[in-house]
Design a protein around this ligand. Structure first.
Ligand code: EPZ
Length: 420
């Protein structure tokens, strides 16, 4: 099994190009099931989760033609798809559940594996199922599968989400695109990736209009038109590289990302002492000599601080000049990286959803184990800041979501390689 070997400490310096967004591409790819005509999706990141979603689409009967560089794809669908999404595909990537809505909307039936829990939390799909039921789907759960059907076209409904969920919002948006009549979705997620999905569907002829901050009105259309669409760049990859520069007193130009989409992260990095200049599609960061602690960092739904950068930011706060506190408010078990950071010398206490980070850590290299995607990115950053040779096991977690992570890091001065 492949591992990362990092010889630290290193300074992160130079220029990095941000890839397409995994979490934007996944729902967009799932929604291509709605189309009868072919669609082209560009700027895809070459990461494992995208490969899994393309395999899932293939298993549902879509013809998938990947470009030579593997970062764009043409997808051809028939009038009806196959309707069985297997456990073997959905268990490896929870976003697989997003094919349920479009399958029901287009083919009126589906058998989709219920995703299990995962290390960061139990992650139920009740809001997905409730909203699809409101749109006209009926279902039963048996032997780990959702057996769903609709009499014919889904119909419009007014749905007010009790809790803001990225995936459940995306599921309802996709399913309503072809429904009969008007749908009003209230209290939905407004992550840039959700907006990218709406922009994609609107480009294909869907009628969707934002009414106020968290409400989306959808008027179902009969079919969608053939289009070519480029997914947005990756917000979390951008944040991860900015944190890497801040952590190492580095100097980095981050290209191909609109800084307006990460104002919360940029303000926090300024608070810890980084100097940041922003341009229309570029960010330049100079890491501080002394990292300043943050008393209260709380993860939340966009535009609050993203849970997907919590682990990486914690590494930065380990080096701050005093105590910091992070509250994880989205997932109940997203502190798996802490035990590994302690092995590098970090002093962190966990109290329920609160991590108390002592600061002034002098990281010293050790062998580590990554537990999930963002935790593994955090361990890589900690390795970059550690003295000596850090080995990180189970890097397949990292490869699920970061395109060429080690290559990009090498290009900006990090001594990192993949070893067996
Ligand atoms: C998306 O997951 C992202 N995944 C996650 O990124 C991200 O961490 C998360 O949103 C939060 O921003 C993709 O976009 C593919 P949620 P999702 O539904 O949609 C609870 C990464 O590292 N909930 O917004 O699954 C849930 O348990 C990944 O790239 C229910 O209770 O997240 C959680 O506590 C990891 N019932 C909260 O809501 C439901 O039906 C928010 O989850 C749905 C969610």
């Amino acid at each position: 099994m492949k591992k990362f070997l990092i010889e630290g400490p290193c300074k992160v310096k130079g220029t990095v190009n941000i890839s397409g967004s995994k979490n934007s591409a996944l729902p967009i790819l799932a929604s291509t099931i709605l189309f009868d005509k072919y669609v082209e999706i560009k700027n895809l990141p070459r990461v494992k989760d995208i490969e899994t979603m393309l395999n899932l689409l293939r298993s549902l009967g879509s013809k998938v033609v990947i470009s030579k560089k593997k970062n764009s794809v043409k997808i051809y669908n028939k009038k009806r798809n196959k309707t069985f999404a297997s456990y073997s595909l959905v268990k490896t990537m929870r976003a697989g559940i997003l094919v349920l809505g479009p399958l029901i909307a287009k083919s009126y039936k589906a058998k989709v594996s219920l995703p299990g829990g995962c290390l960061i939390g139990s992650r139920p799909v009740n809001y997905h199922l409730n909203s699809l039921r409101r749109l006209g789907m009926s279902y039963k759960i048996s032997k780990g599968y959702i057996y769903a059907k609709a009499k014919n076209n889904l119909h419009g409904a007014n749905i007010n989400f009790k809790k803001i969920s990225v995936g459940a919002s995306e599921q309802a948006i996709i399913a309503s695109a072809l429904s009969k009549g008007k749908t009003l979705l209230k209290n939905i997620a407004i992550e840039p990736e959700v907006k990218d999905l709406v922009n994609f569907l609107v480009a294909g002829g869907a009628k969707m209009k934002w009414l106020g901050k968290r409400s989306l009105q959808i008027e179902g259309v009969k079919s969608l038109n053939s289009i070519s669409y480029s997914v947005m760049s990756d917000r979390i990859e951008t944040g991860t590289f900015l944190i890497a520069a801040a952590l190492t007193e580095g100097n980095l130009k981050v290209k191909n990302f609109n800084p307006k989409l990460i104002q919360t992260e940029i303000n926090l990095l300024k608070k810890v002492g980084a100097k940041i200049k922003t341009f229309s599609n570029e960010i330049i960061i100079q890491g501080p000599k002394k990292i300043i602690n943050i008393k209260n960092l709380i993860t939340g739904e966009y535009p609050k601080f993203p849970t997907d950068l919590q682990a990486q930011f914690m590494v930065l706060l380990c080096k701050a000049n005093g105590r910091s506190v992070i509250y994880e408010n989205i997932f109940e078990n997203r502190f798996m990286h802490i035990a590994e950071l302690r092995r590098l010398g970090a002093k962190i206490i966990i109290k329920n959803n609160r991590a108390i980070i002592e600061g002034n850590t002098k990281f010293e290299a050790a062998e580590l184990m990554s537990s999930d995607l963002r935790a593994s990115a955090a361990l890589v950053l900690a390795g970059v800041a550690s003295k000596g040779k850090t080995i990180i096991n189970r890097i397949y977690h990292c490869l699920r979501g970061y395109e060429d992570f080690d290559k990009k890091l090498r290009n900006v001065g990090v001594r990192i390689k993949r070893v067996s």
